[in-house]
Design a protein around this ligand. Structure first.
Ligand code: FRU
Length: 723
């Protein structure tokens, strides 16, 4: 492509090209990728000195522009006004095309083409309502009648209120008619197969894709709809509408996009052959087949299965379109993903929540003597409310027709965790509520039937500290396993917690907040409800923030963790240990007892061999210096003097237990989980080892070191377990 200002074409030249039926090369008028607007000139304060690189402070994310920059008149906010003017140039192609976004106001927010000072063409942005999108859309003018004329472009921002800005990029002279946008493009698809497949390309402009049956909107999602070849396919189970005609509508579809046309139904999923074998797929950690996950939700043991629901975006690599995904396991280790059970509805997207088995059918949602499994979730629309859904088979879930069961307290209320409190024979709900003036609080509600709730108490921060932000969990644990010494634990999404007492209505913490896990990329954990008494464990999964760029899936869950309360000189503290079920993944290992690492003259490492997925553990007495593990390139070092562990440079206190320390490391393709100090120190750490580095070593910097035991177990993948 040539730069228009340097091009020397003439009107005659264009006429000739047109006669020959040839399309001449496009001429770029402006790309707005540099530091300044030159040779364009800006007046006023809406445009600043040069192009923006995307969104400006306080602006929603801006997409749809080309290259590094764009014109964005949100500089200094919506109130600022100004004009940006091009130098004169000659029209040498049939069309002038551009990308445009921002507010819709033909008079005050416009890209204008001027001939002799008169406006001969004009275009504006697409947003007239609050909300909307900062996505730039293609636009063009047929300028054949102005061929050979010298013109000027002007971008005007004379608007000051909401959506008082305009975005422009990539102005090009072209002979090929640029594709326009079709509004509300629709197609009818018969649900003749089980799945509806939606083509996705991560990074493509988001389109609002609505699926409806007759007048009933089934679901509406924001989808990075692939304009051409799909990078991956979003999969929706349309089994419930089998045989019916469904309408798919796309809010803005470029004329040349194949995104709507290629939506189809199928009984198979396109990625079946590679699923769970993808190079970046965590092999020890649950992750959704496709799309994004965040918080674990609705964790419950029901009819012989562990149920793991999760915050799921089935149609995007990043957060959005919150559904509840669903997977089940009989052993906590290998999981079968069953498909989404809660889809966004008129109350909003499906945010986090919990699940309980209503053994006595207090809710009346059970049938034929079967107790219902009840999901309690946040519908995060406006207002944001709490709702329930139920199932008697653990497969099909029905939203309760009487929803919502709790009206909005404030817009920042969410993540209900419900439990049965036997002494008062009531259901208790802990709900995160952001209260103006009081910050983050937890509201305690009680109910006889999961449907009618009354406020029982509100935490005042715990001891004044407003740390309990989002996703509260609340459970009782014995101290050191002693059934006569039980305490209540109230924890927030970042795992900080308090230990205290609970009388069925009010939690009284024994101290101010305590730190939970000590690593990175761990958030919003939840513990299982209804684990049988004969097991009695408090089992937790956290959201493990293991980013997998370029994959069709993103994020995962941690290993199953068993939480206990362990006495320490400072009082009882939470300990995290890997659930024993993970041992079922062990393959033939190497166990060394009473080995010495290094000698007085060399610090030669102890080479433990190679493994891809692995569990490494070492036990040693107090000594000099440090013990260091190199696990597939990751460095985990225990400093004996400081009683501190460092995982990839991230430090955490790891007190000796008596005279002894024991460290266990799990390594997957996407992360490490390190346990020390009998679980009092748990350090999760997202990490991607180089695929060909499988080496595992132990070193003893600072002198030879005797280890009571070192064990390395290669592990099997959780995805290929015999069921
Ligand atoms: C925590 C959280 C919750 C919310 C959910 C939405 O990660 O922000 O508070 O319910 O994610 O996906």
């Amino acid at each position: 492509m040539h730069r228009a200002f340097m091009a020397t074409g003439t009107a005659l030249g264009i006429a000739w090209a047109a006669q020959q039926g040839q399309a001449a090369d496009d001429l770029v008028v402006a790309e707005f990728d540099g530091d300044s607007y030159a040779p364009w000139t800006a007046a006023g304060d809406a445009f600043g000195d040069g192009p923006a690189r995307g969104a400006l402070p306080g602006q929603m994310s801006v997409s749809g522009f080309k290259g590094k920059g764009l014109v964005n008149s949100f500089r200094n906010g919506d109130a600022a006004t100004g004009v940006l003017t091009s130098p004169p140039f000659v029209l040498q192609r049939r069309h002038l095309s551009f990308l445009i976004g921002g507010g819709a106001n033909a008079e005050k927010l416009a890209l204008q083409l001027l001939l002799d000072g008169r406006v001969v063409r004009s275009a504006t942005g697409g947003n007239s309502q609050p909300g909307g999108s900062e996505d730039l859309a293609p636009g063009s003018w047929d300028v054949a009648d102005l061929a050979g004329k010298t013109v000027v472009l002007r971008i005007v921002d004379d608007a000051t209120g909401g959506w008082g800005h305009i975005n422009v990029d990539h102005v090009v002279q072209t002979d090929r008619k640029p594709a326009g946008l079709i509004r509300d493009a629709a197609r009818d698809v018969t649900a003749s197969h089980r799945y509806l497949l939606v083509p996705i390309k991560t990074g493509a402009p988001k389109r609002v894709v609505t699926l409806s049956a007759g007048d009933h909107v089934i679901v509406r999602n924001d989808v990075e709809l692939a304009p051409g070849a799909a990078e991956w396919w979003g999969v929706m189970d349309v089994g419930p509408w089998r045989g019916q005609s469904l309408r798919v509508t796309v809010d803005k579809l470029p004329e040349d996009s194949s995104g709507l046309a290629s939506i189809r139904t199928s009984d198979t999923v396109p990625d079946a052959a590679t699923l769970y074998r993808e190079p970046l797929r965590g092999q020890l950690h649950f992750s959704p087949q496709r799309g994004w996950n965040n918080d674990p939700n609705g964790m419950v043991y029901f009819r012989g299965e562990y149920h793991l629901f999760f915050q799921h975006n089935p149609y995007g690599w990043a957060w959005g379109n919150m559904h509840w995904g669903h997977a089940v396991s009989r052993d906590l280790v290998s999981w079968t993903e069953l498909g989404d059970v809660l889809m966004p509805d008129v109350y909003g997207p499906m945010f986090s929540g919990s699940a309980v088995v209503d053994w006595q059918n207090t809710s009346g949602l059970g049938t034929d003597g079967k107790p219902p499994l009840v999901l309690i979730y946040t519908a995060a629309g406006n207002p944001t409310v709490q709702c329930i859904a139920s199932s008697t088979d653990g497969r099909t879930f029905v939203k309760y027709p009487g929803n919502p069961i709790l009206p909005q307290v404030t817009g920042g209320n969410r993540d209900p965790k419900v439990l049965w409190h036997e002494p008062t024979r009531k259901w208790v709900m802990v709900l995160y509520v952001e209260l103006p003036g009081r910050g983050h609080t937890v509201h305690f509600y009680t109910s006889p039937n999961l449907k009618d709730w009354s406020l029982a108490s509100v935490t005042d921060g715990v001891r004044g500290s407003n740390y309990l932000y989002e996703c509260p969990d609340f459970f009782e644990l014995p101290v050191d396993g002693n059934p006569r010494d039980k305490r209540w634990v109230l924890a927030g999404a970042n795992t900080e917690y308090a230990v205290g007492t609970f009388d069925g209505t009010r939690f009284t913490p024994g101290h101010s907040r305590l730190p939970g896990q000590r690593g990175k990329g761990f958030y919003a954990p939840q513990t299982f409800s209804d684990i049988p008494a004969r097991d009695g464990r408090r089992i937790q999964f956290g959201w493990f923030q293991t980013e997998t760029k370029g994959a069709s899936f993103n994020q995962s869950m941690t290993l199953p963790l068993v939480l206990t309360l362990t006495s320490t000189p400072e009082g009882p503290r939470l300990a995290y240990n890997p659930a024993k079920e993970i041992q079922s993944l062990r393959q033939r290992g190497r166990v060394l007892r009473n080995v010495t690492v290094g000698t007085r003259s060399t610090d030669a490492p102890l080479d433990l061999g190679e493994a891809e997925l692995l569990e490494l553990s070492a036990e040693f007495e107090h000594g000099q210096g440090s013990v260091e593990f190199v696990v597939r390139g990751a460095v985990i070092r225990y400093d004996d003097e400081r009683q501190e562990i460092s995982v990839q440079g991230h430090k955490a206190p790891a007190p000796r237990r008596g005279s002894r320390q024991r460290i266990t490391v799990f390594c997957d393709r996407t992360g490490l989980e390190v346990f020390a100090s009998d679980g009092l120190c748990y350090v999760p750490m997202p990490f991607q080892p180089a695929p060909d580095d499988r080496h595992v070593l132990v070193r003893a910097p600072g002198g030879p070191r005797r280890l009571k035991q070192v064990a390395l177990y290669p592990l099997r993948s959780i995805w290929h377990q015999p069921r």
